[in-house]
Design a protein around this ligand. Structure first.
Ligand SMILES: NC(=O)c1ccc[n+]([C@@H]2O[C@H](COP(=O)([O-])OP(=O)(O)OC[C@H]3O[C@@H](n4cnc5c(N)ncnc54)[C@H](O)[C@@H]3O)[C@@H](O)[C@H]2O)c1
Ligand SMILES: CC(C)=CCC/C(C)=C/C=C/C(C)=C/C=C/C(C)=C/C=C/C=C(C)/C=C/C=C(C)/C=C/C=C(\C)CCC=C(C)C
Length: 506
């Protein structure tokens, strides 16, 4: 029995991972493959976090976005392919020929084709006077990508690795050092002056970083704006959740364990060091290293309640704030709703001034265009979401909450009629999620999509790596370097497992 009188589970582990989001699973599988004894504790019923799925009336809905980077076959930035390979797994993916179809103010209609030349040609046709600037900006993004894609991607907190990559790829490393403190907006402004084109570049960043180009790190922009044409966007057959399922299968094959309905309530500390965790049911587990895949806000404010917020975290909270969450509509629709030639992903905005507003920009994913097996025959899934803050949804009675959800959903559907005329009549199924839903099911503070700079910061320099000031405790996922995105948190998982393996001498 412990001091608190609860039963200590007998097992001892090398590493405990709190949460089975993509960041947690990549850390766990990489460590298990290296021979570490790993336990993953997930509070929900299935793995994946925001990369999981749920099933309703014959539809399989992705919880989060369906636009997946990291499944390329070449280079080193294909981190999802590599994470699966790490535990001898692979999966079938379906290539998407267009990343996004933009529907923007002043009838700016544009498709980001997988073919780079075709995309540049289409954008140049809209802004012919900026032909050279467009080419220079996007070509500079390729420079960042080519540096990253040349080297093995591991922990930047490991000096011997840094020395090794520096000797192997000195120019690529110096290139990355140059870009680490820069933001995409500053580089765009060096080459482009047309205000509307600059707004378009803002949207190109906002739709995945949730901030305009001026606050978006150039390293991340280089990854996104190049990999979409290199490895491309590829949808995992069977839905995004199958990536996590395969990783769990691989984890177990390598002797790792995962428990579901296992909500960690406390990280246990002894003599200033993280030594274990306590679950909501009172069980305690101990390990040599603890990894939190919960957000930094949840990790330091909820799981370490008996410890004052470390100074370093206080500073981090001043530099980064919580991005909005989303209002999400998971719709099942009749196939006739989609005009012939409809693309899988869309971004819709009616006025530039409202891009960053509550429920301003609309995102759409239609994964059934790539994998029809996710919906009943003759039907499609339309997953549409728009940024929304938790405070819009709090302090409401049950009835007020459900009325507000209904009203917001019909408003969103009405706006979408612009690109899908007849949507209202073609509806077959509808489920509405709010920031409260994301908070509840994903365990994310205020349902946030992740950290965003609270002011203009020097690129990625302010993003913490995986070690924390608490010995034995590491963080992984989107509140660590390099931030949001499945491929980004997969990198965080590779880096975290590398650092831990070195610390444990594995
Ligand atoms: N298209 C895309 O690129 C796409 C799609 C889906 C998700 N994503 C990205 O994935 C990123 C999120 O990945 P992540 O790895 O950081 O985390 P995550 O939020 O997806 O997963 C965290 C997991 O930890 C669990 N958890 C939280 N607190 C817990 C506790 N106390 N006890 C036990 N379990 C707990 C949650 O249930 C969840 O499964 C986001 O940046 C998101 O944008 C991207
Ligand atoms: C030695 C010396 C001297 C030096 C060194 C230097 C170095 C080496 C450096 C390095 C660095 C690194 C490695 C870095 C890395 C990075 C990375 C990996 C990055 C990544 C990134 C990624 C990303 C950002 C991604 C993202 C994505 C996303 C977010 C997506 C999303 C999506 C969505 C939301 C969707 C929407 C839309 C629709 C639907 C339409």
């Amino acid at each position: 029995m412990t001091r608190t009188g609860t039963a200590i589970a007998k097992q001892d582990y090398d590493v405990i991972v709190i949460g089975s989001g993509m960041g947690g699973l990549v850390t766990a599988t990489q460590l298990a493959a290296k021979g570490a004894k790993v336990l993953v504790l997930e509070k929900y019923l299935i793995p994946g976090g925001s990369a999981a799925y749920f099933e309703r009336e014959g539809y399989r809905f992705d919880v989060g976005a369906s636009m997946i980077f990291g499944f390329g076959t070449e280079g080193t930035t294909n981190l999802l392919t590599r994470a699966l390979e790490g535990v001898n797994m692979s999966m079938e993916t379906i290539p998407d020929p267009v990343q996004i179809h933009y529907h923007l103010p002043n009838n700016l209609e544009l498709k980001v084709h997988k073919n780079y030349g075709k995309f540049i040609e289409e954008l140049t046709a809209k802004f012919p006077h900026e032909k050279i600037g467009i080419r220079r900006f996007y070509d500079e993004c390729w420079q960042v990508f080519n540096c990253l894609n040349a080297m093995e991607l591991l922990s930047l907190e490991e000096p011997r690795y840094l020395m090794r990559v520096f000797f192997q790829h000195p120019f690529a490393c110096l290139g990355l050092v140059k870009y680490l403190p820069q933001n995409a907006g500053d580089i765009a402004r060096r080459y482009i002056s047309d205000p509307e084109l600059l707004k378009f570049i803002d949207m190109e960043c906002y739709c995945w970083s949730v901030v305009p180009a001026g606050k978006t790190p150039m390293i991340n922009a280089g990854m996104v704006f190049s990999d979409r044409h290199y490895g491309g966007i590829n949808y995992p057959k069977g839905g995004v959740g199958t990536i996590s399922e395969k990783l769990v299968e691989g984890l177990e094959k390598f002797g790792g364990e995962i428990q579901y309905k296992a909500r960690v309530t406390n990280i246990l500390m002894e003599q200033g060091k993280a030594v274990g965790v306590r679950l909501a049911d009172g069980k305690e587990y101990r390990a040599k290293r603890i990894v939190s895949n919960a957000t930094r806000w949840d990790t330091f404010e909820k799981l370490l309640t008996n410890n004052p917020l470390p100074k370093k975290e206080e500073k981090w909270q001043q530099r980064y704030e919580k991005s909005p969450s989303f209002l999400s509509l998971h719709l099942g629709v009749k196939s006739e709703v989609l005009p012939i030639g409809t693309e899988c992903h869309h971004v819709l905005l009616e006025e530039w001034e409202t891009m960053e507003d509550e429920q301003g920009t609309i995102f759409v994913s239609i994964p059934t265009l790539l994998d029809p097996s996710l919906a009943p025959p003759g039907h499609h899934i339309i997953h549409t979401f728009t940024p929304s803050y938790i405070n819009e949804w709090e302090g409401l009675s049950k009835q007020e909450y459900s009325q507000k959800k209904e009203a917001a959903a019909s408003h969103l559907i009405k706006r979408l009629e612009k690109i899908f005329p007849g949507l209202v009549d073609g509806l077959d199924y509808q489920e509405v999620g709010t920031p409260r839903t994301h908070r509840r099911f994903l365990g994310r503070n205020d349902g946030t999509y992740g950290p965003i700079p609270s002011r203009k910061l020097p690129g990625l320099l302010g993003m913490p790596f995986n070690r924390t000031v608490i010995p034995g405790l590491y963080c992984v996922g989107d509140s660590t370097f390099p931030g949001q995105g499945l491929n980004a948190v997969a990198f965080s998982g590779f880096a975290c497992s590398h650092r831990i393996a070195v610390d444990l001498g594995i």
